[in-house]
Design a protein around this ligand. Structure first.
Ligand code: PLP
Length: 463
């Protein structure tokens, strides 16, 4: 063994203690550090020839890189839809690395059984029945890709084509219908060989809504003349957090043959709140479902789940056939269900958080975030210089300048907020108008944080 490696091995407990001490200081400082950094990062350094040991690496990281990291795990990073990491999930994440299990299959470990337990708990949390089976993947983009890959295989079943063997081209042009799809859907279609241009926008409801007009979807399906299609329903759009009427869309299946995929990346968490659960009514009727976990479950990146009722088709797509891996018998190993072969046990952070806080604790996070968004929405509406672009339906406040909201002026406002170090918001375009989004999905955001964000916006407007 290399002498530095041997030295690190002999001091492993102290090294872990140093990492713990460092992380504890950084996490404790989150509420006060600048929420985001705009200054330029250092250029890449040379590959180290001699090693510095783990202590040396920690010292160099602390000096060279840590100061430039954002406070994205903290309470006022409201860009995109950014979850933090609950204390229990960090514990689970550290242990995931310490144990370094390969979640591809049983392989002499109980790790995959733990993943199955977690997938089943989350299924219950989101109100899905047992016909839905699932797996952990890296994020909602991959979860959408897996769901749409199973959809593609289903189209093949309908058309008498074995897509996993013959290729997507054997299907001919595929119709994918959606009202306000997330950009990851087009990316998934590109990956899957279906093609970005096959995503067809169905009109949304009038009155500034982002939810699909079900009558228009009905008409679009009728126009396909019996050709099977894929419908992507959206449960929580990123700008206005609008929800398609999942029950009404599922009811169309009585008349048309289509695969219903639901992108519930963060909107799926509405199921945790009795006051908002109606928004995801009908989620269970989907053929495949995507829910992100590194957003509103507040586990570290990267974690999401995918569910489907057609595990048989999923195995056809993802089956990894090799004598050294064994055949997919009985309960298929995860390597036959997901894009990865070897995979991190990313269920463990979620398992820890669910055991630590339960359904009630996670419900409290969701409901607090929703209340904070409503309050910021009221504050923004009351400010002279700003106006809401959409009603605050759940956890996102989408707003713009009251006067002359050009892209440049809105970007300048966002920059001023970021430079204050107090908050981080990201730009968007809603209904053709440039604006900003404040998305609440962090477990530690408080009422006081909400007031600091509003104060930062007020100051940025004045400056
Ligand atoms: C965030 C998001 C995605 C993509 O999620 P990643 O985890 O970043 O891959 C997809 N759909 C919706 C609705 C989202 O909010």
């Amino acid at each position: 063994m290399h002498h530095i490696l041997a030295d690190d091995l002999s001091r492993l407990p102290q090294l872990l203690q140093s990492a713990r001490d460092f992380a504890a200081r950084e996490v404790a400082g989150l509420p006060e550090r600048p929420v985001a950094r705009l200054d330029e990062a250092p250029g890449p350094g040379p590959l180290p020839a001699g090693g510095a040991g783990a202590d040396g690496a920690l010292a160099r990281f602390a000096e060279r890189w840590a100061p430039g990291f954002s406070g994205s795990a903290g309470p006022r990073y409201l860009g995109f839809v950014t979850g933090g990491a609950t204390p229990a999930s960090v514990t689970g994440d550290w242990l995931t690395s310490a144990y370094d299990q390969n979640g591809s299959g049983a392989a002499g470990s109980w790790a995959t059984a733990l993943e199955r337990e977690t997938v089943a708990w989350l299924r219950e949390l989101f109100g899905l029945r047992e016909e839905h089976t699932g797996a952990f993947v890296t994020g909602a983009t991959v979860s959408n890709t897996v769901g749409l890959a199973v959809a593609r295989e289903w189209l093949g079943e309908r058309l008498g084509v074995d897509v996993s063997r013959e290729g997507a081209a054997a299907l001919g042009p595929v119709d994918v219908l959606s009202g306000s799809p997330h950009s990851s859907i087009a990316k998934s279609l590109s990956v899957l060989g279906i093609g970005r241009d096959r995503l067809r926008r169905v009109p949304v409801l009038p009155g500034g809504r982002e939810a699909v007009d079900v009558a228009a979807l009905d008409a679009a399906l009728a126009a396909l003349d019996g050709r099977p299609a894929i419908v992507v329903a959206n449960a929580g759009t990123v700008n206005s957090v609008d929800f398609d009427d999942l029950r009404a869309i599922a009811a169309l299946k009585e008349r048309y043959g289509f695969w219903l995929h639901v992108d519930a990346a963060f909107g799926g968490f509405a199921a945790l709140s009795p006051a908002h659960a109606h928004l995801v009514d009908g989620l269970d009727a989907a053929d495949s479902v995507c829910v992100d976990l590194h957003k509103w479950l507040n586990v570290p990146y990267d974690a999401a789940v995918q569910y489907t009722r057609r595990r048989d088709l999923q195995v056809r797509v993802f089956h990894n056939a090799s004598p050294y891996l064994g055949p997919p018998t009985g309960e298929p190993d995860f390597l036959h269900l997901t894009p990865e072969n070897s995979r991190r046990l990313r269920a463990l952070p979620a398992w820890f958080s669910l055991v630590a806080y339960g359904r009630d604790g996670h419900r409290e996070i969701v409901e607090r975030n929703v209340a904070l968004a409503a309050r910021l929405g009221e504050g923004v509406a009351a400010l002279d210089g700003l106006r809401l672009l959409a009603p605050v339906r759940l956890n996102v406040v989408c707003f713009t300048l009251a006067d002359d909201p050009t892209e440049e002026r809105v970007a300048a406002l966002a920059r001023a907020v970021t430079e204050s170090g107090e908050a981080f918001l990201t730009p968007t375009v809603y209904d053709g108008v440039p604006g900003l989004r404040a998305a609440f999905s962090n477990w530690r955001t408080s009422g006081e944080d909400g007031e600091r964000v509003l104060a930062a916006l007020t100051a940025a407007l004045a400056g």
